[in-house]
Design a protein around this ligand. Structure first.
Ligand SMILES: O=P(O)(O)OC[C@@H](O)[C@@H](O)c1c[nH]c2ccccc12
Length: 266
């Protein structure tokens, strides 16, 4: 008999919606929109990824804990971590802002943006339009949209809204069904998650096999489970140049050297 797998993604999304409802009580959407500075300095996430063919671009992630691994690093100073990532040559910084399962916050994102000169990606479970405006108000340069937790209509609306207000978008997929669901929005940056967010099963070959199915002009980013130089090199051999890495960098005793090693630089 097959036991039903607890769907963690659905649980996180349910909780996220509750938290956003509280945020809206505290600060209505009009107030958030008013906080967006149209003159804010924009750093292009897309450009950071579009380097030469030989490059290995690392988006280094600030991730305090995760539902699959528990606490990854006890005390984390987001601003200091961002500076270290930049020193190692990361091309962009991803900041987990989900509070309950990842111990993140928009405060982390704001301080990372101030402390570094790199583009900053807001990594969260974006399931409302409110969070998109909130991302721009917090000075994010890009947002993540996860196909697995959005309906087609939401995916398209949020994608276009984010682009309209000047945010780049990383659209995350995990399998071929999700790949076909994003063909209408035709995103320029496609994150391929090696981890199944419903079951946490992880395989680095997932990004490799799906990347070959993207359009030529779409930039693949391999997400999750990349722990070693060999993992990076393997994907690179299959034409993937962009990697989003959290846990292994967070756990490293010398992240500057580790990021350099992953990039194949001295
Ligand atoms: O820590 P890892 O295995 O290097 O993974 C980083 C990143 O890919 C992962 O944090 C992630 C990918 N997609 C997500 C969606 C929500 C939250 C987290 C994620």
């Amino acid at each position: 008999m097959k036991t039903e797998q607890r769907n963690i993604l659905a649980e996180i999304v349910e909780r996220r919606l509750e938290l956003v409802a509280q945020d809206i009580q505290n600060k209505p959407i009009e107030a958030v929109k008013a906080e967006i500075d149209s003159e804010r300095p924009k750093r292009r996430f897309f450009t950071a990824l579009k380097q030469d063919f030989d490059a290995i671009n690392i988006i280094a992630e600030i991730k305090r804990r995760s539902p699959s691994k528990g606490i990854i690093k006890e005390s984390v100073d987001a601003a200091e971590t961002a500076k270290i990532y930049e020193e190692g040559g990361a091309c962009a910084i991803s900041v987990l802002t989900e509070p309950d399962y990842f111990n993140g916050s928009l405060e982390d994102l704001r301080s990372v943006k101030k402390a570094s000169t790199l583009p900053v990606l807001r990594k969260d479970f974006i399931v409302t339009e409110y969070q998109i405006y909130e991302s721009a108000a917090a000075n994010a340069d890009a947002v993540l949209l996860i196909a697995g937790c959005l309906e087609d209509r939401q995916l398209s609306e949020y994608y276009h809204l984010a682009r309209e207000i000047g945010l780049d978008v990383l659209v995350e997929i995990h399998d071929e069904t999700e790949l076909s669901r994003i063909s209408d929005i035709d995103p320029r940056i496609v994150g391929i998650n090696n981890r199944n967010l419903k079951t946490f099963e992880t395989s680095v070959s997932n990004a490799i096999s799906l990347a070959s199915k993207l359009e030529r002009y779409q930039l693949p980013v391999a997400l999750s489970g990349i722990n070693t130089i060999a993992d990076v090199q393997l994907s690179k051999n299959y034409g993937i140049s962009n990697f989003l890495i959290g846990e292994s960098i967070m756990r490293s005793t010398s992240p500057v050297e580790f990021i350099r090693d992953l990039r194949g630089k001295q």
